[in-house]
Design a protein around this ligand. Sequence first.
Ligand SMILES: [Zn+2]
Length: 388
Amino acid sequence: MTDVTRYATLLDRELPSILGMAERTVNIDSGSYLPDGVNAVISIWADMLRGMGFEVQRTPLPGHGDQMTARLAPGGNGKRLLVLGHADTVWPSGIAAEWPFARDGNRLTGPGIGDMKTNVAMALHALRMLQAEGALAGLASVTVLVVPEEEIGSPLSRAWIEAEARQADLCLTLEPCRPDGGLVVGRGAVGAVYLSATGVTAHCGAAREKGASAVAALAALVPALDALGDPANGLSATVGIFRGGDARQVVPGRAELHLDLRAPDDAAASRLLAEVHALVAASRHDPRVTLALRGGFTRPAFPTHSGTEALFARAASFAAALGVPAYPVVSRGGSDGSFAARLGVPTLDGLGPVTHETCSRREWIEADSIVPRAAILAGLVAAAAAGD
Ligand SMILES: [Zn+2]
């Protein structure tokens, strides 16, 4: 019987250390395109993992930080555990100076506080506590991955994450817990499509007829692309970026748009992407303008299967024992957990602290959620180690 109440008591003693690690890492700028900051955050976590006996490997990614793989063989011949985290945030350079880690009563704020600096600190302390208790011993392996470009969809890390997931019996993902205790048991597919147009520049006054507008060609597609969605069925297409032209008095020779796609499952995702291609192919624009379409679905759907349902049921029983809420959420956002879940690996996500307004300048976490959420995570690991 996994005693999560005892784990909560032990982790409560670790809270100052968890908060200290959260503060140090939140105060480092670590946007997806800031390799130095991402690597500085990873170094803080890697030091702790090495201290616990993990073997740590780092693989640099061009333009991003390192992929960190930390492995421990606790000596058992039971399950192989995969823990997924990331070191990057959605924020630009300079953010930590203007918005540093801060505490106001139960509210902790700062860039990446809940997505996911505190989350990794919680998980590492939970693993260290379990190790000290001898509660990891049944596991064949514990692998912690820290991804450097999760916030842009992990385009360079997908194959690495999938290779590790194929070696795992369960996957615990450290994305934020939803307000009121939502744990993620499924996710939709997420796509990123880039459409660019190349036209012919000309002076608007002297030689208007020689020009072919790239902006006009793409602009005509925007309402049609936005209308491809079917929100009632979880499908959406949204032009999030549109830009073009170089000067007011020049017929624009270039334009581009970035299209976000969401779909509830992989089949619907394929159909939606085919509709995008068909719409672009049928575009009636000046024949001197050429269009180029690239991208597609970067995150597969995370189906809710029985292994995930079993993990959720266990987490919910731990939450009840701790007197905190838990309910299952199917999210329209993607995460690295989607890669593991799609391969059939039992995957539970949303195991971080209770987080509000994720990825906004108002992001904050509930300080008093850290210990019980870390205890739930510890309980899941201990149960897996015990062969449950
Ligand atoms: Zn995240």
